[in-house]
Design a protein. Structure first.
Length: 315
């Protein structure tokens, strides 16, 4: 296996301009087209500094933003072909297997492909892959149908396939979480002045923790916990939004800067813990650059609006 190269610390000015003009500015349009094809909201996550570490010469070296956009558009072209062949059922299968609903780009460290390929990573993201020495080669074909089908067949099994995620949980997430979360994320992003901020419901770990609690004798978990998963996650993130508003992050440069410095990975994640540090139903903690909203299995879903009430103190 090839060792991963470190990201380039700073791109040359001309490349930063190309990334801005041909990638950053076109990314919303690409995400919309991708989401329209796959029928649910998808995002595209690519780190140009990580990709550029593998640029040897030519297209990728001289026009990095254009190159990344070309990979994404090539993926969309191939996904249109997939949809026309496999229809609604095929799209559902792909969305279930790639349950993160994220298209990303990475180097093929295992050297499976001569030029490029595709796989599904551990978090359920669909990854466009390029060979370490062939970034920018055969761009349109990294996700060709046979390669994509093999990637889906070889993917880590999604929660539903494992039998872990019940139909009730999936339905609750689909109905109560997915239609609302982007509006909440967008507002959180606006108040924090951080466009790329991510909200992570951490479905698999939360489900496993709640399922374990439900099997305990005299469990205090609500009976409809599976169907309530989507609504609960929304209530925690909506509660976070309320706290950010109440604590007046909007237009406060110091609070926004402090948040970015401490929550350096740009991720807000929910989790179940065995014990809370404070005498409460929920709380927030910052670890390794991630802001966690957390509760115990017994207090899950209770007083969700107050989990982040001490956010400023954590900064």
């Amino acid at each position: 296996m090839t060792e991963r190269l470190p990201p380039v610390e700073k791109l040359p000015l001309a490349l930063r301009k190309n990334v801005r003009d041909d990638w950053d500015n076109k990314k919303p349009e690409i995400e919309k087209e991708l989401s329209d094809i796959l029928t649910v909201p998808w995002t595209v996550e690519v780190n140009p500094n990580e990709v550029f570490a593998y640029a040897v010469d030519g297209y990728a070296k001289e026009s990095l933003g254009s190159c990344i956009a070309a990979y994404s558009k090539g993926a969309i072209w191939q996904l249109k072909s997939y949809e026309s062949t496999y229809g609604e059922t095929g799209l559902k299968e792909l969305n279930d297997i790639c349950h993160a609903h994220v298209l990303t780009m990475d180097v093929d460290l295992t050297k499976r492909f001569t030029y490029g390929g595709v796989d599904v990573d551990e978090r359920g993201a669909l990854r466009m892959l390029f060979a370490p020495d062939n970034l920018g080669c055969n761009i349109d074909y990294c996700m060709e149908r046979d390669t994509l089908l093999k990637a889906l067949n070889d993917a880590p099994p999604p929660p539903a396939a494992e039998g872990a995620f019940s139909f009730a949980a999936r339905t609750g997430i689909r109905q109560d979480y997915e239609p609302k979360i982007e509006a909440i994320r967008a507002k959180v992003s606006e108040l924090l002045a951080w466009p790329e901020i991510r909200l992570n419901p951490n479905w698999e770990e939360v489900f496993a923790a709640l399922q374990a609690e439900s099997r305990v004798k005299k469990a205090e978990l609500r009976e409809d916990w599976q169907s309530y998963m989507g609504a609960s996650a929304i209530s925690y993130f909506d509660g976070l939004l309320g706290q950010i508003q109440y604590q007046k992050f909007e237009d406060d440069d110091l609070l926004q800067e402090g948040f970015r410095d401490v929550v350096s990975k740009g991720e807000i994640k929910f989790r179940i813990v065995e014990k809370l540090k404070e005498d409460s139903y929920g709380e927030c903690e910052i670890e390794d650059g991630i802001l966690y909203l957390q509760s115990t299995a017994k207090t899950w879903g209770t007083n969700t609006s107050y989990a982040a009430q001490k956010l400023v103190d954590k900064l």
